[in-house]
Design a protein around this ligand. Sequence first.
Ligand code: PHE
Length: 357
Amino acid sequence: MDDLRSKYLPLIAEAADEAALEDLRVQAVGKKGEISLKMRELGKMTPEERQVAGPALNALKDEVHSALAAKKAALADAALDARLREEWLDVTLPARPSRQGTVHPISQVTDEVSAIFANLGFSVAEGPQIESDWYNFDALNIPGHHPARGEMDTFYMHRDEGDNRPPHVLRTHTSPVQIRSMQEHGAPIRIICPGRVYRSDYDQTHTPMFHQIEGLAVDKDISMANLKWCLEEFAAAFFELDHIEVRFRASHFPFTEPSAEIDFRCSWVDGQLKLGEGDDWLEAGGSGMVHPKVLAAGGIDPEVYQGFAFGLGIDRLAMLKYGIPDLRPFFDSDLRWLKHYGFVPLDRPDLTRGLSA
Ligand code: PHE
């Protein structure tokens, strides 16, 4: 018994890990362990021998069991200590200095415009970028012979030979979302629809993919005055000025009647644009009262309801507000450009804190 004690206790004390400890447990006190086998021999002893050997063996077994338990706890403590040492973190270190990325001016301006119109009670609607001919044109009172349908402007989707249905198009404006939203929600309705649009055009201020934001308000008593007020509120909030005069210039769109081009008052001093004051006007988008045929295409009775609609160029708003001279690099994914013109991701536009604070 002394041999067993002096064999196992040091081995247990030196076990390197839990697996080695488990091996020792099996060897010593497992079913066929050395100490267990000795216990079985008790049966063959005389009662006198057993009276001495029995308690001694039991004591040895207990001793081995407690040594195993103590070692197991010690190993767990050591493992925890090692982990704590390894996962140690100096929380007093400064935060990482470099920003990981920036918010693109298009996203920033989309969020800014959405925040402003949300504040005026408009909700955000979306529609597909690949649009049917009907939603992009017919439903908006743009008949088959209208110049806007010319191949020059519109990207048409592939059509299999012999397929004579009108081809789908990459939407040329966000106006089809007016129709989809009217169909889905009926009247009254107040929505804005930001999104990508496509036209075959490319120069300093045009790219084949660009962004518009559509506005639509339909109710029983909507007028051009409401439209103008909304646009003035929007322009002042967006350009972070007390007031901006908005001018309507007579125009024509198939889907509005009457139609008006939206101009903001501005001046150019030494090539520098100044919004809100001066003798010049800056073209910002199109607008008008929704054409009765368009209301009808959206499933709304034009005898009961009327509404206004407008379309603004998000890219153009971004260029004006943030002084970005060329549209093309917006979509080049040049990291230097993005770093220069991008916005801090954690500063979300918010009307109470300031839009571009
Ligand atoms: N859809 C027009 C365009 O892309 C803009 C517009 C929208 C005009 C709504 C009037 C009303 O040019």
